[in-house]
Design a protein around this ligand. Structure first.
Ligand code: HEM
Length: 350
C-alpha cells in the first residue's frame, strides 16, 4: 500500500466541524507555509475571491496554473448545464420525487427507530440521480457503490488509498453515462446520489439539534424554502474550496501573486458575524442570508436549483408529519478535510 500523506487539515480548524461545541475562528488572510497556500475565512474575502476572474478553481493538490482553454471549457459547461435544467424538467423531476417520497413515507414503520439516511434519503437520492442523468434504476443501483467511492475520496482528499479506489471507480462510472450536458453525467450522478445525501444528513442533524426550529417548521411548513437556505448555511458541507491565481490579484488589500494557491474555509465564512446576525444559531426565519455552501460568483454550483428542489422535497414530508424527531443513538461521523457528515441518523419520531 502506498504511504499515506498526512492530512494537514486534521488538527486545524476542528471548530469548523458541525459537531464542534465551539464556533469556527475567523482570521484575516494569511499565507500558511505548511499548506503552501493562502488561507481565507472571512465572508467578504471569500466572496471577493469567488468573483475574481484571475482566480480559477483548482484541485487541492495541483500546483498547475489553469489556462484560458480550461476557462472557456468551464464557461461552455456552465451554459450547457444551466440550459438543460429547464423549469419544465425540474417540475417533472419534482413530481416524480414527491410521489416516491410519499410512497416511502407510507412504507416505513415509524413506530420503531428509522435511519433517515439509509432507509429514506438514500433510495430517493439514488432515484433522482438516475432520472436526471438518464440511466435506468438498475444501472443506478449497480453504480451506487462506485459513486460512494468517488465521494469518499472527495471527503478525505489526502487519503491515498481512497484516491486510487476513486480513480478506478470514476473510469467505470464514465462508461455508463451519456446524457448531455457533461455535468449531468457521472459527476452529476455522484453529486445527486452521494453529496446530496451528505448535505441532507448535516441539515437534518442540525435541525434535530434545534427542536424549537423543527417545531416552528412543523407549524409553518410554508417556511420550508427559507429553512433549507438556513440549514445549508448553518450545516454546510464542503470545508475547503481551492483557487489558483492566473494573474496577480488584490483581494480586499491582500496581494495574491500569479501561481499562488488559496484555501477557502467555507464553513467559517458561513458563520462570519460581520455578515450574519447571531451566526451560530439556526434561525429558519432568517432572510436573504447569501450563504456560500453552493459557492457563489463565477463558479457557483450549476446544480444549485436541483439541490434546493431535492432538499425541500425530501424534508417537507418529515416536518409536515412529525412535530418532533430525536436521535435514537448519537451520530457517528465520516469524512475528513473535504467534508464530514453523519454516517447514519437513527431517529424516533413524535
Ligand atoms: C448535492 C449537493 C451539492 C453541493 C454541496 C455542491 C456544491 C458545490 C460548490 C460549493 C461548488 C463551487 C465550487 C467552487 O467554487 O470551487 C459547486 C460547483 C459545481 N457544481 Fe455543485 N454541488 C452539489 C450538487 C451539484 C449537482 C447535482 C450538480 C450537477 C448538476 C453540480 C454541478 C456543479 C458544477 C458543474 C460545478 C462547477 C461550476 C464551475 O466551475 O463553474 N453540483 N458545487
Amino acid at each position: 500500500m502506498s504511504a499515506q500523506r498526512e492530512d494537514p487539515l486534521k488538527p486545524a480548524w476542528s471548530r469548523d466541524l458541525l459537531d464542534s461545541p465551539f464556533p469556527p475562528e475567523l482570521d484575516a488572510p494569511y499565507f500558511d507555509n505548511t499548506l503552501d497556500a493562502w488561507v481565507l475565512s472571512r465572508y467578504e474575502d471569500i466572496l471577493a475571491v469567488f468573483w475574481a476572474s484571475e482566480l480559477s478553481p483548482a484541485s487541492f493538490n495541483s500546483k498547475n496554473i489553469p489556462d484560458s482553454f480550461s476557462k472557456d471549457e468551464s464557461f461552455k459547461m456552465r451554459t450547457e448545464t444551466l440550459e438543460a435544467l429547464t423549469s419544465g424538467r425540474m417540475r417533472v423531476w419534482k413530481e416524480h420525487l414527491t410521489k416516491e417520497t410519499s410512497a416511502l413515507m407510507e412504507g416505513l414503520n415509524w413506530q420503531e427507530p428509522v435511519d433517515l439516511l439509509s432507509q429514506y434519503a438514500q433510495p430517493l437520492c439514488l432515484s433522482l440521480a438516475a432520472m436526471v442523468t438518464e440511466i435506468s434504476d438498475y444501472d443506478a443501483v449497480r453504480m451506487c457503490n462506485r459513486a460512494a467511492q468517488v465521494s469518499a475520496a472527495s471527503a478525505e482528499p489526502y487519503n491515498q488509498t481512497l484516491r486510487s479506489e476513486a480513480k478506478a471507480a470514476s473510469a467505470e462510472l464514465r462508461s455508463c453515462f451519456h446524457a448531455e450536458p457533461e455535468a449531468l453525467r457521472e459527476s452529476g450522478f455522484v453529486a445527486l446520489s452521494q453529496t446530496m445525501l451528505h448535505i441532507l444528513a448535516n441539515a437534518w442533524f442540525a435541525l434535530m439539534q434545534h427542536p424549537q426550529q423543527w417545531l416552528l417548521l412543523y407549524r409553518q411548513p410554508e417556511l420550508i424554502e427559507q429553512a433549507i437556505e438556513e440549514l445549508l448555511r448553518y450545516a454546510g458541507l464542503a470545508r475547503i474550496l481551492h483557487r489558483t491565481a492566473t494573474a496577480d490579484v488584490d483581494i480586499n488589500g491582500c496581494i495574491i501573486r500569479r501561481g499562488e494557491r488559496i484555501f477557502l474555509r467555507i464553513i467559517a465564512a458561513n458563520r462570519d458575524p460581520e455578515r450574519f446576525f447571531h451566526p451560530n444559531e439556526v434561525d429558519i426565519t432568517r432572510r436573504g442570508a447569501g450563504h456560500l455552501t453552493l459557492g457563489a460568483g463565477l463558479h457557483s454550483c450549476v446544480g444549485a436549483s436541483l439541490v434546493r428542489m431535492a432538499a425541500a422535497t425530501l424534508t417537507s414530508p418529515l416536518i409536515k408529519r412529525f412535530a418532533r424527531v430525536t436521535l435514537d443513538q448519537p451520530a457517528t461521523w465520516q469524512g475528513g478535510s473535504g467534508f464530514c457528515s453523519p454516517i447514519s441518523l437513527w431517529v424516533r419520531v413524535g
